[in-house]
Design a protein. Structure first.
Lengths: 768, 284
């Protein structure tokens, strides 16, 4: 009857693609406002110092300079998502080199840059600590002397520079070791990774006569921008409106404050619009990175490969401010057991303050730091017991209906299917059997499994039916380039029975959008998607209610029909289109149709009877997603270079709303994972970042990526997810490093425990 | 800052000679990036773009090659029909950066910057090239080995510019190979080896080798070349030649690798370059 095809499951191109490839897309730095000034931020030249005084007179005297603001002007208004421990511009002390200390606004960028150099700040240097061992030493200088006074949004013990101590204990590890036929133990070190989003941080702020500040910025949540800017300036949230133009990537790096508070402070000081855009170098030095990690882990198994116990001590280098560190440390603790049934676990995780750039959210969120330890230990156990690494994983893989630690029920878990699919697609059994070829260039294949979540915190959606029966969707969820606008429109259109081009998507705007916690935690498709389905259903119910008046029948007798119609069940010819219903509701009776939904993640709770949990900074968390990845590598024994030859990546995603976008997420995550595994590393020389440019900090280019990445979508619909969907954003990055490490062990019998696995480190390990 | 676009070398030279702070602008890939990073602030830029005689690749009647300073990496990479070992220049150009960089960057800019991590310097040293320098006092040829003086320092005097690089006729029966080892595709070399080799009856009859990124200038060692000449390029020959070359190396520790690692790479990369060059002769 109708040739309508549901948009769900269609790999349609992203809505904004044409604008992006033709250069029409507008990013924050492309914007200009009448009378706009240019802002430049002055970074701290010291890693740890007391601020003894400011002299801004020379800067202010420069022609074209309109205002200078310092921490003294803004005041000691502390911000932070978990621990309120920092200010938009340093107050009293600086704690890392590159920390924003002052900001200047001038009529053009050149003048602002020149003025920034003229701002004279007197410092008294303090002893500094640059790694977690030094920071945890008995007599280490303490970065935050008054940390006891800080506001924390969660409960955890702290200890000197350890801002939080997170513990998870289940079963009895100590007595479990006795029953193990194989025990492996090791220390693992991971590096700081730069988010390397294409668009450096940028914000444009303007103030109206009532003191209300509007901020256009590159971010992952307009609501976070609103909250931290209001906090930072000490003004009510009703005085801050946040909007998002296109975003050129974020990966966690734009989850919390970047330059928005400084731009807002300058707008307030000057009364004029001010744009602040960082250079790449400043972005490297000022914003945030992935936590360097030091993980000690011990795992034991019975002779048949059943995993019996795991003990883990995680230390994350948080840098100078807490930012998302408690969250990352908590998730690292929650994920480090790996996606396996292990009855006895004892886990401790500590984020530590050091005098370096803050560490924060980054795709994987604590997962990558522990995966290299956990997933290589599974292989070592398999090796000891003479078992196949995939067999050991299958034996222990969590299954539907089981529980995660602390009694969190898993309703769905597609891990075994992911492993089986990767095994078949990669020719695993053949390749594992193949005797490693002689010296020179050796080949090997390795695997790794990944657990993650996609349900956490809150989202909302508003679906309005326009006068002509088309719709506009508003979720407040920022599309960072991963394609969430497209996917949410597909979900909305499918729930309304419309085509995608009949649904418009609203730009996130704190004045008009419903709250969305953030584009983070692989959660937008699942969380915002659920809100979109429910808001669309609400709109459909309202349409039915209006249609019932029009057709003089009972609402219960009505059904939604494809193509935007409501009809009487069993009477094909009795129907009205959305256009007529909407006209009626706008001009006659019922009122405009506005479907809404508001949602907090409502999955199963922790069960305190199951184990001991302390310091964990999230409430309910779930909608678990699983993955298995295999990588085949070639190892050049003469130079130590590892070349990935082919990658297979299977993901338990529930349902692919847009298979092309899902594959894009998987491929992109894998490339970022290759960088993390093989070449990306931020290096500090004492407090100074030694490689703050893409000349010195190297991400993989197209020629470094294997020509074949095979993505495998395992679709077993989640009963709560929108059309059965779960998340995909983060898992693809996580398994690459351990799978490569395992492949190298297969090829050459060496164990690499430090990332990145640069040719130099590999060659040294080979020669040991 | 002033900007000049002269159309003759003489004009360019007189502009450079009249202002010590003036700089030649070739492709701008390096210079403009350095200006953006506030590392250099020239008082004037003398663009060489409109000087016709600085462009192009020419073979003279005797078999020598002249590559104009403003010839882009891409033009060199795509030059076909370069005789024997001269083709090493194309192999080297293909190894530089990314397509965008190869479209912008020039031979003159690459060697004028004097960066020992760049790709051309080693290749030019292995090819016995000379740099044709033009200045207020006319033209002077400088052997490639003498041209690179120190880290980011060349033999150019104030007012001088690079007009071309010239190669003598290719050594009979010799072929070149360029081995570049970098962290990722398109990065500067951690270590590079340029080799020119001729083989006769399974024995090496001619060898020139230069290392890049192993010291402040390209590294050559005649003793190493002597050690290889007459040998069958066996593992032991290569190991000994590498040991001699390592004596001449003075590599730095940086984000591309430690000096020690660079030393570890010399032998395997030398072997690969020599054998690749020798194989080209065999294939003929
Ligand atoms: C991202 C990136 C990657 C790169 N990767 C590589 C690589 O892998 N290998 C490699 O070898 N290089 C690499 N380069 C450098 C590249 O080859 C540059 O183009 C080259 O070094 C400079 O050439 P240019 O023509 O752009 O010179 P410019 O940038 O215009 O000039 C560079 C310097 O040379 C001087 N100069 C230019 N022409 C002359 C002349 N005729 N006489 C005297 N002085 C002159 C200028 O005054 C300036 O000091 C890379 C550059 C970039 C930006």
């Amino acid at each position: 009857m109708s040739d309508y095809v549901s948009p769900v499951g269609q790999g349609i191109p992203r809505l904004e693609t044409r604008d992006k490839i033709t250069g029409k897309a507008v990013y924050a730095d492309d914007m200009s406002r009448p009378d706009m000034l240019f802002g430049v931020i002055v970074p701290s030249p010291h890693a740890h110092a007391r601020i003894a005084g400011y002299d801004v007179s020379a800067a202010l005297a420069l022609d074209g300079v309109v205002a200078v603001v310092t921490g003294e002007d803004i005041g000691d208004h502390k911000i932070g998502p978990f621990i309120k421990d920092e200010t938009a511009l340093a107050v009293g002390k600086v704690r890392y080199m590159g920390e924003p200390v002052a900001a200047v606004a001038a009529v053009d960028l050149e003048t602002a840059k020149q003025a920034a150099r003229l701002i004279d700040i007197a410092y008294e240097e303090l002893p500094a600590v640059f790694d977690t061992d030094a920071a945890m030493a008995e007599d280490a200088p303490v970065l935050h002397e008054n940390s006891g006074d800080y506001i924390k949004v969660f409960e955890a013990d702290s200890d000197g520079n350890a801002m939080a101590i997170i513990e998870i204990v289940e079963g009895d590890v100590a007595s479990a070791w006795e029953n193990c036929a194989a025990i492996v133990e090791g220390s693992y070190e991971t590096q700081a990774q730069c988010h390397s989003y294409m668009e450096p941080c940028s914000a444009l702020a303007e103030i109206d006569s009532n003191g209300k500040i509007t901020i256009w910025s590159s971010n992952q949540s307009v609501f976070h921008v609103q909250a931290f800017t209001a906090d930072a300036l000490g003004i009510p949230m009703s005085k801050v409106r946040c909007v998002t133009p296109q975003v050129g990537g974020a990966f966690g790096g734009k989850m919390e404050q970047t330059v928005q508070p400084a731009a807002a402070a300058l707008a307030r000081a000057t009364g004029r619009p001010v744009k602040v855009t960082l250079t790449r170098e400043q972005d490297f030095e000022m914003i945030r990175a992935r936590h360097p990690g030091k993980v000690w882990m011990k795992t034991g198994a019975a002779a048949d490969g059943t995993l019996l116990a795991r003990e883990v001590r995680i230390v994350l280098d948080a840098g100078a401010y807490a930012d998302d560190s408690p969250g990352v440390a908590g998730i690292a603790a929650l994920f480090c057991r790996g996606p396996y049934r292990i009855e006895n676990v004892s886990i401790e995780s500590r984020p530590i303050y050091t005098n370096k750039l803050r560490s924060g959210a980054f795709r994987g969120f604590g997962g990558p730091q522990v995966a290299i330890a956990g997933e290589t230990q599974i292989d070592e156990i398999a090796d000891r017991l003479g078992l196949d690494p995939i067999d050991v994983r299958l034996k222990n893989a969590v299954r539907p209906g089981e529980e995660w630690m602390i009694g969190v029920a898993l309703n769905k878990a597609g891990l075994s299917e992911c492993l089986n699919r990767v095994r078949a697609a990669s020719g695993w059994d053949e390749k594992r059997k193949a005797a490693p070829n002689g010296s020179g260039r050796r080949r090997g294949i390795g695997v790794a499994c990944i657990p993650h979540i996609s349900g956490v915190l809150t989202s909302g959606a508003i679906v309005r039916i326009l006068e002509d029966g088309t719709a506009v969707l508003n979720t407040g969820a920022v599309d960072n380039g991963q394609g969430s606008d497209t996917v949410l429109v597909q979900i909305c259109a499918a729930a309304l029975g419309l085509d995608v081009d009949r649904v418009s998507v609203a730009t996130p705007d704190t004045d008009g959008s419903p709250y969305n916690w953030g584009t983070t935690a692989s959660r937008v498709t699942y969380m915002a998607g659920r809100a979109v389905v429910a808001a669309s259903e609400d709109a459909v119910n309202q349409l039915k209610q209006r249609a019932a008046i029009m057709m003089e029948c009972a609402e219960e007798d009505l059904e939604l029909r494809d193509g935007g119609r409501i009809g009487i069940k069993g009477v094909p010819e009795a129907e009205v289109g959305f256009r007529d219903i909407s006209g009626f509701s706008h001009w006659v009776a019922g009122g405009p149709v506005i479907g809404t939904n508001s949602l907090a993640y409502d999955g199963p709770d922790f069960d305190p009877k199951r184990g001991f949990l302390r310091g964990f900074p999230f409430g309910k968390i779930g909608a678990w997603i699983f993955a298995a990845q295999a990588v085949e590598v070639e190892l050049d024994e003469a130079t130590g270079r590892i070349t990935p030859l082919k990658i297979w990546s299977a993901h338990d995603i529930g349902k692919a709303i847009n298979p092309t976008a899902v594959e894009g997420q998987i491929q992109g995550g894998i490339v970022q994972g290759l960088g993390y595994a093989l070449c990306e590393e931020m290096v500090w020389d004492s407090g100074r970042l030694a490689n703050p440019s893409f000349m010195d900090y190297k991400i993989p280019g197209i020629a470094d990526v294997p020509p074949q990445i095979e993505t495998i979508l395992v679709e077993d619909p989640d009963e709560d997810g929108p059309f059965g969907a779960k998340g995909i954003g983060e898992p693809p990055i996580v398994g690459i490093a351990p799978a490569i490490s395992n492949a190298v062990a297969h090829a050459a019998g060496i164990r690499l425990r430090r990332l990145p696995m640069t040719p130099e480190r590999v060659l040294r390990t080979l020669k040991e | 800052m002033e900007f000049h676009g002269p159309s003759t070398v003489e004009e360019a030279v007189s502009l450079l000679a009249s202002d010590e702070e003036a700089r030649c602008l070739a492709g701008g890939a390096t210079l403009v990036a350095m200006m953006n990073a506030d590392l250099v602030m020239p008082s004037a830029l003398v663009s060489l773009r409109h000087i016709e005689e600085l462009r192009g690749i020419f073979t003279d009647s005797g078999g020598g090659l002249r590559v104009g300073a403003m010839t882009t990496h891409r033009e060199v990479a795509e030059a076909d029909g370069l005789a024997g070992a001269h083709a090493l220049l194309s192999d080297t150009a293909r190894a530089i950066g990314h397509p965008a960089i190869r479209n912008m960057g020039t031979v003159g800019g690459s060697i004028g910057h004097g960066d020992p991590q760049a790709d051309y310097p080693g290749a030019l040293a292995a090819l016995d090239a000379a740099v044709e320098v033009r200045g207020p006092d006319g033209t002077r040829p400088v052997a490639a080995e003498d041209f690179f003086v120190d880290y980011l320092e060349t033999a150019l005097l104030p007012g001088e510019l690079i007009a071309a690089v010239t190669l003598p006729p290719p050594p009979a029966g010799a072929f070149g190979a360029y081995e570049k080892f970098a962290r990722v595709e398109g990065d500067y070399a951690t270590v590079s080896v340029a080799a020119v080799v001729a083989m006769e009856d399974g024995r090496c009859s001619y060898a020139r080798v230069a290392l890049g990124s192993c010291g402040p200038t390209p590294v050559r060692a005649e003793a190493a070349e002597d050690r290889l000449t007459g040998s069958a390029l066996d593992d032991a020959d290569i190991a000994e030649a590498a040991a001699i070359l390592r004596e001449e190396c003075d590599p730095v520790d940086d984000v591309r690798g430690s000096g020690e690692y660079r030393m570890m790479l010399v032998e395997p990369l030398l072997g690969r370059a020599l054998r690749a060059a020798a194989a080209k002769g065999g294939a003929r």
